[in-house]
Write a protein that binds this ligand. Structure first.
Ligand SMILES: *[C@@H]1O[C@H](CO)[C@@H](O)[C@H](O)[C@H]1NC(C)=O
Length: 250
């Protein structure tokens, strides 16, 4: 190979390496927004995230139609969304926002999927917070065409595990998950037990019924890209229901 060929070869190699393997294609959907009083959605939502300010998704949150919600598995996943193909309503240059899936947008079969029933099957729809919507489109628009793609979630701090339940029923809400954000499996371990697989209860609430009172707790979390992270002894022996404990981050 001559010097030119070698250079070209390495340029091609560099180019190939720059393309993030997990970057998805843009897909088409629609978006509306929920009018709020303080610019962010703070209801509990179908993912169980509670006061979203606490878990920092804040105004960059969205409710997803059935097709996107995937029975709660998508809770916590991140989507880049931009307004396209509407000269009046899309902001110039089609800026994008990154949203965390925090809620379910239920179907409304009383309305046609082309007129009000935006979240009906098989529509792909984002019900955005007003503040996030205003970053991509005019507030006076009621519905806009968008493009979206899954992106990696950037989170500050570790995974958060919030304990709830009772002495017979242990439930853990997992939030602030980086990378693909979407948890598909979870295990818990007390100091006196082995690893116990948990079942998804709803949204990102996971449950088991082994008595874990009085034991330090460890968690193993697997995301949709099959990456597993183990955080040992995240909760101390005197952990309490209602408390949140912080583990490692992906
Ligand atoms: C769970 O274990 C703790 C500590 O060993 C014990 O005090 C408690 O009674 C147990 N709870 C149940 C419901 O068995």
């Amino acid at each position: 190979m001559g010097a030119v060929q070698v250079t070209v070869f390495f340029l091609i190699l560099l180019q190939t390496c720059k393309i993030p393997a997990e970057d998805e294609e843009w897909k088409s959907a629609t978006a509306t927004y929920t009018k709020e009083t303080d610019g962010s959605i703070i209801v509990e939502g179908a993912c169980g995230y509670g006061d979203l300010h606490k878990v920092s998704y804040g105004r960059y949150s969205a409710g997803l139609s059935t097709m996107l919600f995937n029975r709660g598995s998508t809770c916590g996943a991140c989507f880049e969304v931009r307004c396209v193909d509407h000269i009046l309503w899309c902001l110039a240059g089609s800026p994008s926002v990154i949203l965390t899936a925090t809620d379910f947008c239920p179907p409304n079969y009383g309305l046609s999927s082309d007129y009000g029933g935006w979240c009906n099957i098989p529509k792909e729809h984002f019900e955005m917070s007003e503040a996030a919507f205003a970053e991509i489109a005019e507030r006076r628009a009621d519905i806009v065409p968008v493009q979206y793609r899954r992106v990696k979630c950037e989170r500050r701090g570790g995974l958060r595990f919030t304990m709830s339940g009772s002495s017979h029923f242990y439930q853990v809400l997992v939030t602030n998950v980086g990378m693909d954000g979407e948890v598909i499996a979870m295990k818990i371990k007390g100091s006196k037990t082995g690893w116990i697989p948990m079942a998804r209860n709803w949204g990102q609430n996971w449950q088991c019924n082994v008595n874990l009172t009085g034991q330090p707790l460890s968690f193993e979390v697997t995301t949709s890209s099959r990456k597993t992270l183990t955080s040992y002894n995240v909760a101390p022996a005197n952990w309490q229901f209602g408390q949140t404990y912080q583990g490692k981050q992906f």
